[in-house]
Design a protein around this ligand. Structure first.
Ligand code: RFL
Ligand code: PHB
Length: 392
């Protein structure tokens, strides 16, 4: 028999956006219910982002989930760009007064999830069939089947679509109303996680004639490395001898200190820029990857997702206190920031990758841009202030 449950906010997705929103709402005295398509184990095993802006660290404090983060975080005062083996060290702390934090998205997800579970937050795992309804009314609903087979109808005041790029929330907005902007890049990133110390104290982004490479880390003992891959390639096209030889070559002199480890994880991700203008549709509010995607160059996706849900949590808290205005402004204000982050991620992607369609002219433009950054404090300031995170 169908079970009906009342909740203030129905949250689709138990990724970082959904979990953070639930935790921030809880601190504002507002209840929520989370519905997640996948299993708990799957959600906890995904390896994704690794670099946090200060706003994301602040949000972890607001959520009451920063104890382990504070104990394990690594602060980076700079970032390295390399072009055909020549490097520029951008002193982001000296320029902006702020650093970025290395702490994995996997750990953020675990910390938020454990906090939610400790206080008894309702989370429905393994429920892939959620259907959203009555979005234009004051009482929208989410119908889904719980893991034990019980059909459930959530009666909510708001629905938060935190279900990522492939989720159901954005697809529930009528197609004739959706306004979207998209750019697919003609390459992907092949990434590996290895238990070997990182090659530098900072994250390294390298542009080489044979393609992009990125050296990042998760801890003093664990490194995260990526190389630009071609469209259609899978992990099988990247046996480790090929990976190491390309990776080291593309990094130039920095590649000499790479220690080749056994990968704990290997995966390929496509690169895309995407924005939907419809971050609100009636009582449905989209946040994080459900509303926008940035290519990972610049490490902005998770940070942008957390900025959205911080804004949304505050707006729902204001509504709860009788002030509806912040909710009506959510989409406009979130989008104004989203576009700036889209610009930076696109800029760094365009500067640092090899594009098959580029002529020798565009390659000279990349080199000229790089030489300009090397010699200009203004250009380095632009990169530094975006890298540490624009004001929230
Ligand atoms: P997520 O993490 O995709 O979570 C969405 C959740 O919704 C669930 N879901 C559904 N649940 C219920 N019903 C449905 N119909 C559903 N459909 C889907 C999914 O199972 C999932 O659990 O979105 P969220 O929470 O908005 O978080 C966004 C971030 O995950 C993403 O932006 C970042 O990982 C992007 N990203 C990076 N961001 C950074 O800020 N810094 C980085 O260093 C960084 N590196 C990366 C990245 C993303 C990468 N990949 C794999 C795309 C590196 C890579 C390789
Ligand atoms: C990562 O550590 O996974 C990472 C770092 C920087 C990026 C993207 C990913 O720009």
């Amino acid at each position: 028999m169908r079970k009906t449950i009342d909740t203030t906010v129905a949250i689709l997705g138990a990724g970082p956006s959904g979990l953070m929103l639930s935790q921030l709402l809880h601190h504002a005295g507002i209840d929520s219910t989370i519905i997640e398509r996948s299993s708990r184990e799957h959600v906890l095993s995904r390896i994704r982002a690794g670099v946090l802006e200060r706003g994301t660290v602040e949000a972890m404090h607001e959520a009451g989930c920063a104890t382990r983060l504070e104990a394990e975080r690594i602060n980076h005062n700079g970032v390295i760009l390399s072009f055909d083996g020549t490097r520029i060290d951008i002193p982001i702390k000296a320029i902006t007064g702020h650093h970025v934090t290395v702490y994995g998205q996997t750990e953020i997800t675990r910390d938020l999830l454990e906090a939610c579970e400790d206080r008894g937050q309702p989370i429905y795992w393994n429920s892939p069939d959620a259907a959203l309804g009555k979005l234009s009314s004051d009482h929208p609903i989410v119908a889904f089947t719980a893991k034990d087979g019980t059909p459930i109808e959530l009666h909510a005041r708001f629905i938060a679509g935190c279900d990522g790029f492939h989720g159901v929330s954005r697809r529930s907005i009528p197609t004739n109303e959706i306004v979207e902007f998209e750019r697919e890049y003609p390459f992907g990133w092949m990434g590996v996680l290895v238990d070997e110390p990182p090659i530098a104290d900072h994250v390294v982004y390298a542009n080489h004639a044979d393609g992009f490479a990125l050296a990042s880390m998760r801890s003093a003992q664990r490194s995260r490395y990526y190389v630009q891959s071609s469209p259609g390639e899978s992990v099988d096209d990247w046996p480790m001898p090929r990976f190491w030889s390309e990776f080291k070559k593309r990094l130039g002199p920095l590649g000499e200190s790479v220690i080749e480890g056994e990968p704990i994880e290997a995966s390929i991700a496509p690169l895309r820029s995407y924005v939907t203008q419809n971050m609100q549709h009636g009582r449905l509010f989209l946040a994080g990857d459900a509303a926008h995607i940035v290519p990972p160059t610049g490490a902005k996706g998770l940070n942008l997702a957390i900025a959205d849900v911080r804004r949304l949590a505050r707006a729902i808290a204001a509504w709860n206190g009788g002030d509806e205005k912040p909710l009506t402004q959510y989409a406009t204000q979130a989008l104004a920031r989203v576009w700036k982050i889209e610009r930076f991620s696109w800029y760094l992607t365009t500067l640092m990758h090899q594009f098959s369609e580029h002529s020798s002219f565009e390659k000279q433009m990349q080199r000229a841009e790089f030489d300009y950054i090397a010699s200009s404090e203004a250009a380095q300031t632009m990169i530094a202030e975006n890298y540490v995170g624009l004001d929230f």
